[in-house]
Design a binder for this molecule. Sequence first.
Ligand SMILES: Cc1cc2nc3c(=O)[nH]c(=O)nc-3n(C[C@H](O)[C@H](O)[C@H](O)COP(=O)(O)O)c2cc1C
Length: 367
Amino acid sequence: MTETVSRDDAVKFAYWVPNVSGGLVVSTIPQRTDWSLEYNQKLARVAEDAGFEYALSQIRFTAGYGAEYQHESVSFSQALLQATTKLKVLAAILPGPWHPAVVAKQIATIDHISNGRIAINVVSGWFKGEFTAIGEPWLEHDERYRRSNEFIRALKGIWTQDRFTFKGDFYRFNEYTLSPKPVQKPHPEIFQGGSSRAARDNAASVSDWYFTNGNTVENLKAQIDDIQSKAEKNGHKVRIGVNAFVIARDTEEEAKAVLDDIIRHAHVEAVHAFGDAVKEAGQASPEGEGNWAKSTFEDLVQYNDGFRTNLIGTPQQIAERIVELKSVGVDLVLAGFLHFIEEVEYFGKKVLPLVRELEAAREAKAA
Ligand SMILES: Cc1cc2nc3c(=O)[nH]c(=O)nc-3n(C[C@H](O)[C@H](O)[C@H](O)COP(=O)(O)O)c2cc1C
């Protein structure tokens, strides 16, 4: 059955790399997830065997909100690529601390070393405290996105052209030629995280992929329709990835009990502090929209509103919800878990085959 869904059409799966301590929830609930290299290399191998196509690393320059230790995203991604053979690893990149020339060069080299398995996630920042701590200017919300837009255009130019010239407000290049160019053509995939108006406009014009926080199907549909109608006008193709914190258990009761437990153990002070900090994101935009603009205390216990997507229940319930997400235009599910290794394995065995069956059934019905 699986074969009848063409590969490009099948929902893709990514998992969050726990390269930051404390896992993916701001909770004191005991977790078997670990931020170490050893744990992460094993997880990456388990994930590629389980059917995950992508792994997404995180970038944080300083501690806060339960994430005391953080490995750097580009070097950590490289270590995961060394441990795997199929997985594509997304290195998180933060314009400001990173200059596009450095990123273009680093990623081109990693693309050669990994034989075309590196990609990037350009994030525009929400954590003013880390910018202040490293002496990096903190731009206003929409200025950060204007910088990310130039950053992405500059990267594409460097990766695809010789004697690249660019005169922007943030970056300038003068007949610059990068050699060698990346292995992947036209260039490694560029993902972008955020959901404010500015984030959506960037997705509709320059990014290959739009990554957004967890949300209801209805709210996701509104975002996706907005992006895709704009992208069409721009003659641009963009695909959509959505965050979800997955709690798959044999029974719905078990899965819900785990969610209750995570929230009951919420690190209340850290959740409130995180909630205050993320007001620098979407809420600080002219429209007051975006990631975390409407997040409740419970939502914020998972860094990217992953409970809202509601992939919590039995494998069958979760598979059905994933196919529903696909029906409104979601191309990729970015999954976080409580105990990563064992839950990624369970997901690969129990949930993914059901998703492929449902996709095939829908395709057959449509035909
Ligand atoms: C899937 C995903 C991954 C993200 N990863 C990071 C990260 O590693 N580091 C970071 O500083 N911000 C990260 N962000 C946050 C973005 O930088 C941005 O601040 C946030 O999405 C708010 O954007 P908005 O104001 O457009 O809604 C991520 C966002 C998403 C959706």
